[in-house]
Design a binder for this molecule. Structure first.
Ligand code: G4P
Length: 527
């Protein structure tokens, strides 16, 4: 059942699949561009943003994000560097779309954490880091904007160690900051990388005592560097095991805007980031080099091509080789899904791939058959877990002005829930559906898409609920009794799982105490 295949093993070993986590404005977009430039996937800086803008003007609902200057859509960018294939999974910066990011993190093997050198760890960095920690995702850190006034490197490293409880090891050490920023010292190669007009230039040194240092740096910075090197040596040495277990992060300093230090970062990723590893499914552990294909859908994107009104499901391949024209089993339904034109999302254009390997992400165009969390296999009955849903704190009841359109609304909500745009709950008393979101912006996107794509006008009404929980139990009798206590506060989610709404934390705790046979879950892993 689990025959290994040599070519699959070789191809899997070359893959590095990662995401960038950052607080908005830390420089994720700028860094992405620089990485793509180094990987030869784009020719000029500014291309990623420009592409985003062009795409956004193409549909009504995307106008919202244009108006608010944020990016709702996420995508996958593939490039080659140092003999490896990198798959960079983009994540939306706006926190209202954080669920999208959490789901994307379930599909990566490593992450780059971008920190603004003047601001240090910010709220969103911290949240995203916690999600990485839940999954023991190894993290490479890039301290960005060194060309601006920055905090002392020591202070930044301390903050990472203390607030994230993560060991750090400076791979490079910066020399000055702001106008005085001259470059970094690469501790592993004893090389001075100097900031130049066009980017960077390397000077190989004999070691930290090399007398050439003073001649290469502006007056006074030689001493600063020697001091820095000494401080850096007090940190742990890099240890691959600790890094891959998610306990230790190598730190690179640079300026994405000036194209400085990004090559160091990419070399670090090429050297240290892990290839796809074994993944746990419900019935067994799946090894990437297995001959048979398996993978899971972590994201659905609608309207990638308005002419075709298509929906693209993003499949992360966990094992085996995907061939164009293959038929895969959708384990949830048992259906056979044809994959006639798997799409690679190169930054330039969408391209039809002939084959894809473990670690790769391919787009599968479909008309609403695939949903987030779906496992696809070559026929085996197994399910990957781990694409998370979090209990939303904003719960609104849908208001439908024209009752004749109820059926259309149902279809719209089903499809949008498949895509993970919102969570939809159907109250057991038969009243109008309730939607759960992380932020207001999601509601705006929801109503404008329902209007634009299904021709249904909806509004949202406040509810008195402040939270919800999934109810898990083996005890059917207790569950039935509980659900009957207050049918108007009970509902089914998109997968027909029971949920309960609560007005307050106090109410939730009371239910937990009164119903010890039931588990009230704030997080659910989709299947
Ligand atoms: P994000 O995706 O994480 O939200 O950040 P983004 O790359 O859009 O960067 C946010 C702002 O920070 C941008 O400026 C960008 O030019 C700037 N920036 C990014 N990296 C660096 C860096 O290394 N040094 C300096 N000095 N600035 C950097 P903006 O004015 O908001 O946007 P724009 O008008 O330049 O596009």
């Amino acid at each position: 059942m689990t025959t290994p295949d040599t070519q699959t093993a070789t191809e899997a070993q070359r893959r590095r699949t990662f995401a960038i986590i950052a607080h908005p404005d830390a420089g994720k977009t700028t860094l992405t561009e620089q990485l793509l430039l180094l990987g030869g996937a784009i020719q000029i800086a500014g291309a990623v943003r420009a592409k985003g803008e062009r795409r956004r003007t193409r549909s009504d609902w995307m106008k919202i994000e244009q108006d608010r200057g944020i990016s709702v859509a996420t995508s996958v960018m593939t490039f080659e560097y140092a003999g490896q294939i990198f798959n960079l999974l983009d994540t939306p910066g706006h926190e209202d779309f954080s669920e999208d990011t959490y789901r994307t993190l379930s599909a990566v093997d490593a992450a780059v954490m971008v920190i603004d050198a003047a601001k240090g760890i910010e709220a969103q960095t911290r949240k995203l880091f916690e999600v990485c920690r839940l999954r023991d995702i190894p993290i490479v850190t890039f301290i960005n904007k060194m060309d601006r006034e920055a905090r002392e490197p020591l202070e930044l490293l301390d903050e990472i160690e203390k607030t994230l409880a993560l060991d750090v090891t400076p791979a490079t050490w910066p020399i000055g900051s702001g106008r005085q920023f001259s470059g970094v010292y690469d501790r592993q190669d004893a090389t001075l990388r100097l900031l130049t007009e066009g980017g960077e230039r390397d000077e190989k040194l004999e070691g930290p005592e090399d007398p050439r240092i003073d001649g290469l740096l502006p007056h006074g910075q030689g001493d600063l560097l020697r001091e820095g090197i000494e401080v850096a040596s007090m940190y742990n040495d890099f240890a691959l095991d600790s890094f891959r277990e998610g306990h230790l992060t190598p730190i690179y300093f640079g300026s994405a805007l000036r194209g400085f230090g990004v090559k160091h970062l990419l070399d670090g990723l090429a050297r240290y980031a892990p290839p796809p590893s074994a993944r746990r499914a419900d019935v067994r552990v799946v090894e990437p080099e297995e001959e048979k294909l398996s993978g899971f859908v972590f994201k659905i994107q609608a309207n990638t091509d308005l002419n075709h009104r298509d929906r693209v499901a993003f499949l992360r391949i966990c094992s085996g080789k995907l061939r164009k024209g293959a038929r895969l089993k959708q384990v949830r339904t048992g259906k056979s899904i044809p994959v006639n034109a798997p799409l690679f999302f190169f930054a330039k254009e969408r391209q039809v791939a002939e084959e894809a390997w473990p670690g790769d992400v391919v787009g599968i165009a479909n008309h609403g058959v695939l949903r987030i969390g779906d496992t696809l296999t070559d026929g085996e009955e197994l399910n990957f877990r781990g694409v998370p849903s979090f209990a939303p704190e904003i719960l609104r009841r849908i208001r439908l002005d024209d009752p004749m359109l109820a059926k259309k609304l149902r279809k719209a909500l089903d499809q949008l829930a498949d895509e993970g745009v919102v969570q939809v709950f159907r109250p057991m008393d038969g009243s109008q559906p309730v939607v759960g979101v992380v932020g207001q912006l999601q509601l705006d996107v929801l109503s404008s898409r329902i209007q634009a794509e299904y021709g249904v006008q909806v509004g949202f009404e406040a509810t008195s609920w402040s939270t919800m929980r999934w109810i898990a139990t083996e005890d059917r009798v207790a569950l039935d009794r509980f659900l009957r206590t207050a049918p108007s506060q009970m509902a089914e989610d998109h997968d027909n799982e029971p949920v309960a709404f609560f007005n307050s934390e106090w109410g939730r705790k009371r239910s937990e105490e009164e119903w010890p046979q039931l588990k009230f879950l704030a997080l659910r892993e989709q299947h």
